[in-house]
Design a protein around this ligand. Structure first.
Ligand SMILES: NC(=O)C1=CN([C@@H]2O[C@H](COP(=O)(O)OP(=O)(O)OC[C@H]3O[C@@H](n4cnc5c(N)ncnc54)[C@H](OP(=O)(O)O)[C@@H]3O)[C@@H](O)[C@H]2O)C=CC1
Ligand SMILES: O=C1O[C@H](COP(=O)(O)O)[C@@H](O)[C@H](O)[C@H]1O
Length: 496
């Protein structure tokens, strides 16, 4: 793994006039610049079709930073490193002009031919761009060339395979950085540290001591203005195939031999290979889908999904998924990993709850109601930290037990410095550290798991809407756990 400390490169953003660039990429590059993580002699070349000048582009960059970072300074100097080159990416002749701009940047900023090509555009363009970059010689420099690819990486396994084949004609696997922005989150990266640097946890991290693991990623927002995209995606493809399956892999993987990209990825791949495969007829036993109806969200009445713009009034698209993922290997046999995600739920929260098994004999709590299982809660967002739920003696006489919590709040101490996921990922990409990007093997195995579920769902119309906006999802998701003798742990405050 190459981990250049202060990387120096030209970053080419395809889709530089779009939403992602404005909301995430420019502020992230700015933070890297301010914290001096990237060399002061960097350059960014933006591509889009709008006929902007360099000045218009720079003022867009400055605006994006001012609206997302409270104390911004040196904006003029920072944005002077941004250049705009308008062209339609389907037009092959424009790539030669881009090539010459990039050579000029190399000379102006003494950059040794290093290129990061960031695809912040709709996926149908990824293959065309990659092919033209190679054909016109933009990747043949003395330095390195890397391709950063946004989601969605395909719509199912065959389309992901097709996309992969296209980009692999121009870039090798080790030059491809597939973004899963959850892998850039502070506490998602902490899963491995919590597991592999604490004897307390790793020794009990298996089916003898853990009864189930719950991964929740709930959102308050609805589909907003993304109806067109979401109608073809749904929560399964939008969140489960990538973010949730990645968290499951990190929770379930074996310790890698070394903290190296290939070793870590190979352990995650083994988890994906051990996922219990399903037949379409079994899907209803393991997965629940939902779609929000109208309801109350943050004190306002909000419409149902079918009333949103660019959404079919009879839509069969799921905005909620809950599932029971089984990993059939020695460590996890018999332990359900329950996952759930949805839009228009009661709270914005991403949390992992590891529930430990009860003691074989509990001297203090005889009945089920008075027992409080030990829980390890990993708070991913909005709060970042961990909570350990234990039992302790109630003060006063007698031997009464009460549940207590040990809390570590990472973003309470460091709230304003928690690096944004995109900032970390861009930095890793520039340094050549692909650990927190997804390898094709993970992507393809995850698609093949999810495809069976989509097929089953696409072949049968659901009884939607089946949960109210502002709720925690459909009843069937609660029943799925009840059948196994469990319940979802609340996502706001676990000891209520
Ligand atoms: N927005 C977000 O928060 C997130 C986005 N993503 C992914 O990032 C990618 C971009 O999303 P987003 O920024 O929202 O999309 P937008 O629709 O806001 O932006 C699309 C960009 O593509 C450019 N573009 C479109 N067609 C062409 C063309 N033929 N030639 C050159 N440029 C073109 C547009 O430029 P112009 O209009 O000037 O032609 C614009 O800059 C998508 O894959 C999306 O799934 C992933 C996670 C989050
Ligand atoms: O990838 C996506 O993630 C967001 C949720 O991300 P978060 O960091 O806010 O949890 C989701 O809203 C979006 O639909 C999906 O495409």
């Amino acid at each position: 793994m190459n981990t250049e400390q202060k990387p120096k490169a030209v970053i080419v953003i395809f889709g530089a006039t779009g939403d992602l660039a404005k909301r995430k990429l420019f502020p992230s590059i700015y933070r890297l610049y301010r914290s001096k993580k990237i060399d002061a002699d960097f350059a960014v070349v933006g591509v889009g079709r709008r006929p902007w000048t360099n000045e218009e582009f720079r003022s867009n960059v400055s605006e994006s930073i001012q609206s997302s970072i409270k104390q911004s300074s040196e904006l003029e100097e920072f944005s002077s490193h941004f250049y705009y080159h308008p062209f339609d990416v389907t037009n092959p002749s424009s790539y030669l002009e881009l090539k010459s701009i990039l050579s000029d940047m190399d000379s102006k900023y003494q950059i040794p031919g290093n290129r990061m090509f960031y695809m912040a555009m709709a996926p149908e363009f990824f293959g065309t761009i990659a092919r033209n970059l190679k054909k016109e010689g933009l990747t043949a420099t003395e330095g390195w060339s890397r391709l950063v690819i946004e989601k969605p990486f395909g719509h199912n396994l065959p389309s992901a395979q097709e996309l992969n084949d296209e980009i692999r004609e121009a870039f090798s696997e080790d030059q491809i950085y597939r973004i899963d922005h959850y892998l850039g989150k502070q506490m998602v990266q902490n899963i491995e540290v919590i597991r592999f640097s604490n004897a307390l946890f790793e020794s009990v991290w298996n089916n003898r001591y853990i009864s189930n693991i719950q991964v929740t990623s709930s959102e308050v927002l609805g589909v907003e203005d993304r109806g067109r995209y979401y109608e073809n995606s749904g929560a399964l493809r939008d969140m489960v195939q990538n973010h949730l399956m990645q968290m499951v892999a990190l929770l379930a993987m074996e310790p890698p031999i070394k903290l190296e990209t290939d070793e870590i990825r190979s352990e995650k791949v083994k988890v994906m290979r051990a996922l219990r495969p399903m037949m379409e007829k079994d899907v209803a036993d393991y997965f629940v889908r939902g779609q929000y109806g109208k309801g109350e969200s943050e004190g306002k009445t909000v419409p149902g999904y079918r009333e949103e713009s660019n959404v079919d009034t009879e839509s069969n698209t799921e905005t909620y998924v809950a599932g029971k993922v089984m990993i059939d290997n020695f460590r996890w046999a018999g332990v359900p990993f329950y996952i759930r995600t949805g839009k228009r739920m009661a709270a914005k929260s991403t949390k992992i709850v590891v529930q430990f098994r009860d003691l074989p004999m509990n001297l203090y709590s005889k009945d089920v109601d008075s027992k409080h299982p030990n829980l390890l809660v990993i708070h991913i967002q909005p709060d970042e930290g961990i909570t350990l739920h234990l039992n302790a003696k109630e003060s006063g006489g007698g031997s009464y037990v009460k549940p207590i919590k040990l809390d570590y709040c990472s973003n309470c101490v460091d709230q304003f410095n928690t690096p944004e996921a995109y900032e970390k990922l861009i930095y890793d990409g520039l340094r050549g550290d692909a650990t927190n990007f997804t390898h094709w093997d993970e992507v393809s195995l995850s698609w093949s798991y999810v495809d069976t579920i989509s097929k089953a769902w696409e072949s049968a119309k659901a009884d939607f809407p089946n949960y109210a906006s502002g709720s925690m999802g459909p009843k069937a998701a609660d029943e799925m756990l009840e059948k196994d003798g469990f319940h979802w742990w609340p996502i706001t405050d676990i000891v209520e």
